[in-house]
Design a protein around this ligand. Structure first.
Ligand SMILES: [Zn+2]
Ligand SMILES: [Zn+2]
Length: 463
């Protein structure tokens, strides 16, 4: 039970209960059901070795099964209390109506109890073979000791008390390759590129298939901050599973929907509108250097959304930010038609940038003062510079870039008054080298942001 508790509270309710000084939260049957629904918690539960009385063993009186009888009574009383409360709320006071409702509950439970009695007598009782076999084995052994010779292996007996170890045989196999190193510094593989994309928010990285020093540092940070295990800097099956869990734990689906280009909703637009991700147009025939990077990429860069996941994670786990939440992606894709409509020159948002709004959890955006909103965003900008090594403006290469705000900007290069993002957080991958801005990294669906689970991808390794 302690191990189960650990699994459920350590993973399922992980994000809300990360504060280390708190005692672990309690768990309920609902948490257990939820845990079994999710593949990665179900897998952890499947790894438990449990010593417990067999269901094929019980005493003559079926006492352990009879304990369930009382639970029916308890549940019935709870149901009745609920119904009475409901009747009160509806203002139904007539005794005959109330009695009728409660009688229905009695009848329903009588039916359930009758079935349960039949189940015990006709299904459970005949299946209790354990004790008989255990007794026969014990007898057999005492009578046959004199004939046994050294070559005959001794059969182990079923336990007399009906207790046995329960082991999930498939899950058991997983124990063996556990500490095996799948990837380490110097390696090169497509899966490494996936890892470089998926935990880019933990230190920052580009989508290369090489396992670089940055990859190693990223994995160490991910192990330290997300997994809360010893840092090894290598990829083993636990890291693979944890990245899949990170993906499940922080859904970006609704944010992706918000990030589509909105141009088709504009009225009186003469330009052809796009379907959410531009029309593959390049700099609209203009030669101005401002337009030099004005390519409409075929989607949004995957790294942006994996960084968004890490923002959500760090907001949850960093005590400075636990009162915050990502409210919305206010700007994602903005195609040329959108730019022309808004008389805007910037081309970052043609697939390489996101603007997000961050607010306090306890109130709606409109209830925030401007200063409060700037403050919320500044905290997230700090998270991005500290945890993702993002830098203000675009003087670096191959990292995450931030647009400066009134209060946060590059300490030596100052601020750029042309591009002030204060009440939203703008981050982008504009300074990625062109090979990391190839079409393959730009996607049109949240599903393609995610890709296949790493667990699935590593299955074919070494074969
Ligand atoms: Zn558009
Ligand atoms: Zn922006």
């Amino acid at each position: 039970m302690r191990a189960l508790h650990q699994i459920l509270t350590g993973t399922l309710i992980y994000s809300t209960q990360r504060k280390k000084d708190l005692p672990p939260p309690t768990f309920t049957d609902r948490d257990l059901k939820e845990g079994l629904r999710r593949s990665w918690t179900a897998e952890l539960i499947g790894h438990l070795l449990v010593k417990y009385e067999s269901e094929w063993y019980a005493d003559e009186a079926l006492s352990k099964w009879n304990e369930i009888d009382d639970l029916f009574e308890e549940e019935k009383q709870q149901q009745k209390a609920l119904i009475e409360a409901g009747l009160d709320e509806l203002g139904i006071t007539e005794p005959y109506l109330r009695d009728f409702a409660l009688k229905m509950v009695d009848e329903a439970f009588k039916y359930i109890q009758t079935n349960w009695k039949i189940e015990k007598a006709q299904r459970i009782k005949p299946s209790l073979w354990w004790k008989q076999v255990a007794q026969a084995q014990a007898q057999n052994q005492t009578t046959s000791t004199e004939q046994s010779d050294a070559n005959t292996p001794k059969l182990s007996n079923l336990s007399a008390d009906g207790k046995a170890w329960f082991i999930h045989p498939v899950a058991m196999i997983d124990y063996f390759p556990k500490s095996e190193i799948l990837f380490q510094k110097g390696d090169k593989h497509e899966i490494i590129r996936e890892i470089n994309i998926r935990i880019a928010g933990f230190g920052g990285n580009v989508p290369t298939d090489e396992f670089t020093e940055r990859t190693e540092n990223m994995i160490k940070q991910f192990q330290r901050d997300y997994m809360q295990v010893e840092e090894t800097g290598v990829v083993d099956i636990q890291v693979i599973q944890a990245i899949d869990r990170f993906q499940d734990e922080y859904s970006i689906d609704s944010f992706f929907t918000q990030a589509r280009c909105q141009c088709s909703t504009f009225k009186n637009l003469t330009e052809p509108t796009c379907n959410g991700f531009g029309l593959n147009k390049t700099n609209n025939g203009k030669t101005d250097t401002d337009y030099a990077y004005g390519i409409e990429y075929p989607g949004l860069h995957r790294t942006l959304f994996w960084v968004l996941r890490s923002i959500m994670f760090y907001i949850d786990s960093d005590e400075r930010c636990q009162h915050l939440t990502v409210e919305i992606v206010s700007s994602g894709y903005r195609c040329w038609a959108d730019n022309i409509y808004n008389n805007r020159k910037s081309t970052n948002h043609m697939g390489k940038a996101l603007d997000i709004h961050v607010i306090k959890k306890e109130k709606s955006k409109s209830e925030h003062s401007r200063d409060e909103r700037i403050n919320c965003c500044d905290l997230v900008r700090d998270i991005l510079t500290e945890k993702t090594n993002a830098e203000y403006r675009w003087f670096h290469s191959n990292g995450i870039a931030l647009e400066n705000s009134y209060t946060r900007y590059h300490p030596t290069r100052g601020r750029d008054n042309q591009s002030i993002a204060s009440v939203w957080v703008h981050y982008d991958v504009r300074v990625f080298e062109s090979k990391f801005l190839k079409n393959q990294f730009f996607v049109k669906t949240a599903k393609d942001v995610n890709g296949k689970y790493l667990k699935e991808l590593v299955k074919n390794l070494g074969s």
